[in-house]
Structure formats: C-alpha cells, structure tokens
Design a protein around this ligand. Structure first.
Ligand SMILES: C[S@@+](CC[C@H](N)C(=O)[O-])C[C@H]1O[C@@H](n2cnc3c(N)ncnc32)[C@H](O)[C@@H]1O
Length: 287
C-alpha cells in the first residue's frame, strides 16, 4: 500500500524493511502496465535484500547510469530484462551466459528478494537489479544506443479488452526500447497469450528500425474488423492503444521463431504446453 499519495505520485515503502532501496516513487499520471500486488516478502527474501541489496540492487535515479561502472568495470555486452517476476529464468540465463551482463527490472518486492536470493545461492556476478517501473528506468537511466539486447518474457497479457491499453507492448514504448538498443542489437519477447503475441507481431513489424528475424509468414487470427480503431478514437490526441488496421488483418506477416536455446522453459509454461497451449517467441534486430 502507498504510504503517501500526492498528485500523480505514489510513495511506497516495503513494510518489513526500512531499507532505503525499498522506498519507491511511482508516477500515476500515465497508464501503467502493472498493478502493485500486496505480497509478503519472506524471511529469506528479506535477508537477501539486506545482505545483497547494497551490492546488486541499483536505486532508481533521475540521471543516466554508467553501465560499465554498474558491472564493476566489465565491458561485456549489456542485456536488459523487463518484468523478471520471481527471477528463475533470469538467474538461469545469467548463469548460462556468463560473458554477458544482465540488468533486470521488476516492480514486485518479493520478486526482487527472490532473485537476490538466487544471485547469492548461485554466486552470480553478472546480474544487477532495479526495483522500479521499467518505462521510467528506460527514459531516465539508460543512455541511447547502449544496450546489446532486451528480454521481455511473459509480459502481463491483460486479457480483458478494456484492459488492453495497459499492455506494455505499444508503438510508443517500442520506440523508446529501440532508441536504447545499439544498431545490430536484439529484442526477444515471449508470450503464451495468442492475442498478445499477434499484437506484439503487428507493433514490432511496424517499427521501421526493427527487422523481424523470422522466416515464416503468418495471418492474424485473434483480431477482427471489430477491433479496428474508429475515426473518433484515432482523432483523440491521447489515443495510444494498439488497434490493428484492416490492411493488417488482410495481410501475411513475418512471424515467430523457435525458442532460442538460452531461454529455459518455466514450470508454468511446460504445464501449458502439455495442455496444448501455445508459446510464441519473437526476435528482432535493430537496423
Ligand atoms: C506475468 S509476469 C512474468 C514474469 C517473468 N518474466 C516470467 O516469465 O515468469 C510479468 C511481470 O512484469 C512485471 N512488470 C509489468 N510491468 C512492469 C514495468 N513497467 N516495470 C517493471 N516490471 C513490470 C510485473 O510486476 C510482473 O512480475
């Protein structure tokens, strides 16, 4: 729960911690892609925050980070992850790809504690965390043309139509991501929600500075003419939500890729696959 609410700002403090890293200001004057769930940080997670936070948790700041300095002078490629959840995938990838450095962002405090615990248990040195809204982190802390890759796995799908405006993958956000990637750097997304996969495909394929690495051609199946934006919506200055065009619904599109070997499958994903549900991976390169 917020401890202070000012116009357009929420100030949070993790109840079980007086740790300065967990005092957090989040802007509310725009639609956010997350809801801060009440969730208890366990004793083990809290210990990890207290013991490892000072070394691995980077406080939010309003100025650009020196990424090399953040990783103790390492000049290895820098990969950003948005929304790591409880961090199991993040820790596995960081262990597997020890020649890359990973900066991972999440808003949910127990997730931050859980990943710090994994960092300690697995002696990972190439991972740093930020507990803040990734949109603001990208805007304020990440320099243009500085990242070698971005991972976004199972972003909240916001199933209901009236919530689609909360989906992270919208044209404006992708422009921000692309501006932070170096030329030739990659963007990797995965989702288990077909309609969101198709939204990702259409938004990313429409971004002129990205190239889809897929060789397959897809038709759109989960959007229909009823989802196309009305003239009234398009006329609104504030209208930013993704809606397909009729041309997009009729065309074939560069599509998905096989799951890259470095992305492990999660328990949740394996259960879904057994039930016949799909998972879609998308990989793009910045031109
Ligand atoms: C459905 S979970 C997926 C977690 C994880 N990537 C996985 O594959 O299990 C999406 C996560 O993204 C986080 N998230 C959503 N929007 C975010 C944002 N703008 N900044 C940081 N984290 C965000 C949520 O808190 C949530 O933990």
């Amino acid at each position: 729960m917020p401890i202070v609410q000012l116009a357009g700002i929420l100030l949070f403090q993790n109840k079980s911690s007086k740790d300065k890293y967990f005092v957090n200001i989040i802007r509310t004057d725009r639609i956010r892609s997350f809801v801060l769930r009440a969730g208890r940080t366990t004793g083990g997670q809290q210990r990890a925050i207290d013991e490892l936070g000072p070394q691995f948790l980077i406080p939010f700041q309003e100025s650009v980070l020196d990424l090399q300095q953040v990783f103790s002078g390492s000049s290895h490629p820098k990969i950003l992850e948005i929304g790591f959840g409880m961090g199991e995938t993040t820790a596995k990838i960081a262990a597997l790809r020890s020649d890359d450095d990973f900066l991972a962002i999440e808003v949910h405090p127990p997730g931050v504690g859980a990943l710090l615990k994994l960092i300690g248990e697995n002696h990972l040195t190439n991972l740093r965390l930020i507990r803040h809204d990734a949109v603001e982190v990208l805007e304020k802390m990440i320099a243009p043309n500085s990242l070698d890759g971005i991972h976004i796995y199972f972003a909240d799908p916001w199933h209901k139509k009236r919530h689609h405006k909360r989906r992270l993958i919208q044209a404006e956000f992708i422009k921000l991501l692309v501006s932070r990637l170096k030329p030739g750097a990659y963007l990797h997304l995965a989702t288990d929600w077909h309609n969101y996969a198709e939204q990702m495909l259409l938004v990313l394929n429409a971004e002129s500075n990205l190239e889809n690495t897929s060789t397959e051609k897809m038709s759109i199946e989960t959007f229909s003419a009823a989802d196309v934006a009305s003239d009234l919506e398009l006329a609104k200055e504030s209208f930013k939500e993704f809606k397909p065009t009729l041309e997009q619904l009729d065309a074939k599109h560069p599509g998905y890729v096989e799951r890259p070997a470095y992305r492990p499958t999660t328990k949740f994903e394996n259960r879904g696959i057994k039930l016949g549900h799909g998972v879609w991976d998308l990989v793009y390169k910045k031109k």
